[in-house]
Design a protein around this ligand. Structure first.
Ligand code: DX5
Ligand code: ZN
Length: 223
């Protein structure tokens, strides 16, 4: 169990206004976001295509808070150096997308960046268990990756709890991030299960509330 006051909020710009991304990133930072979650999709590992290193580079001057890159791309090792020099702070790759996950993780670390691994809902924890000591962050997907606005898969709560148990049991420092369907109804449940980084896309960028108000309400929901 993680104290809710230590939980970080990472707005995903996937649901932001793409014609205005710089301002949208700055708005999240001003609104109290702990990091900006940037979803990179390649049309192969997932059906959609979003953005590449050039966009990360263009967004970098808009804020000083960390850029948390979620690479939903096949064989991401081909691009981690480009994303690192574009201004990524944390680079997360999918276990399912890497033939040589250990090599890719160490590539990221050698670039001086924090390294994370994401696992899809159907991927067991055992797929990355042996890598945990090397990781700065683990991302448990709570939807199948590819789109914003999907519903939280409640069966993932037990997986988050097991992952937290493994991290704490081994005395590791890796962050435990969750991504997909996080909103006012699910954030607390995920945090209580042990997640300490909550990604939220459509719950933060929408036409119902301002970005700052949405972040404030998410934090309030954890209390
Ligand atoms: C999904 C992305 C998520 C997405 C989350 O593949 O990795 O980061 O933006 O969106 P919501 O919070 O709307 O489920
Ligand atoms: Zn994501």
């Amino acid at each position: 169990m993680v104290n809710s006051s230590g939980v970080k909020i990472a707005p995903s710009i996937l649901s932001a206004d793409f014609s205005n991304l710089g301002e949208q990133v700055a708005e999240a930072a001003k609104g109290g976001a702990d990091m900006v979650h940037i979803d990179v999709m390649d049309g192969q590992f997932v059906p959609a295509i979003t953005l590449g290193p050039q966009m990360v580079d263009a967004l970098r001057p808009w804020t000083d808070i960390p850029f948390d890159l979620h690479l939903m791309i096949a064989e991401p090792g081909r691009f981690v150096a480009d994303f690192a020099s574009a201004g990524a702070d944390i680079i997360t790759v999918h276990a399912e997308a890497c033939t040589h996950l250990h090599r890719t993780i160490h590539q990221i670390k050698e670039l001086g960046k924090k390294a994370g691994v994401a696992i899809n809902p159907a991927t067991p924890i055992s797929a990355i268990e042996d890598m945990l000591p090397d990781l700065d962050q683990v991302l448990v997907m709570t939807v199948n990756p590819g789109f914003g606005g999907q519903s939280f898969i409640s069966g993932m709560i037990a997986k988050i709890e097991r992952m937290r148990g493994l991290i704490n049991g081994a005395g590791l420092k890796a962050g435990l991030e969750v991504d997909g369907g996080i909103n006012l109804g699910t954030a607390k449940e995920a945090a209580d299960a042990g997640a300490n980084i909550l990604v939220a896309g459509s719950a933060v960028y929408n036409d119902r509330t301002s970005v700052a108000e949405a972040i404030r309400k998410l934090r309030e929901s954890l209390e």
